[in-house]
Design a protein. Structure first.
Length: 90
């Protein structure tokens, strides 16, 4: 979006969103952009921030040697599959 993605820049963006009538943001899924979480919390203090699962997976896979890639991704599917199953255990 901008050359700099500082907390203050994100505060300006979220402040503009609030000025346009948004009263609260309940949940933010993010990719680890610098300053985003702090900027959002400064304007919407009760926001729940979570790291995007797609970005978590991409970040973990890039450190896996190519010879181990297939086994690693197979194990990773089990982990995230178990997580989805927990959502239906109520």
């Amino acid at each position: 979006m901008n050359e700099t993605e500082s907390k203050h820049k994100w505060m300006q963006i979220f402040d503009e969103i609030k000025a346009r009538g948004v009263e609260d943001i309940f949940f933010l899924s993010m990719d680890g952009v610098s300053g985003l979480e702090d900027g959002a919390r400064a304007i919407f203090p009760d926001i729940i921030v979570n790291r995007c699962i797609v970005h978590l997976i991409r970040n973990s896979i890039k450190y896996v040697p190519s010879k181990d890639y297939k086994a690693f991704t197979k194990s990773l599917r089990k982990v995230y599959g178990a997580h989805e199953g927990l959502l239906y255990c109520f």
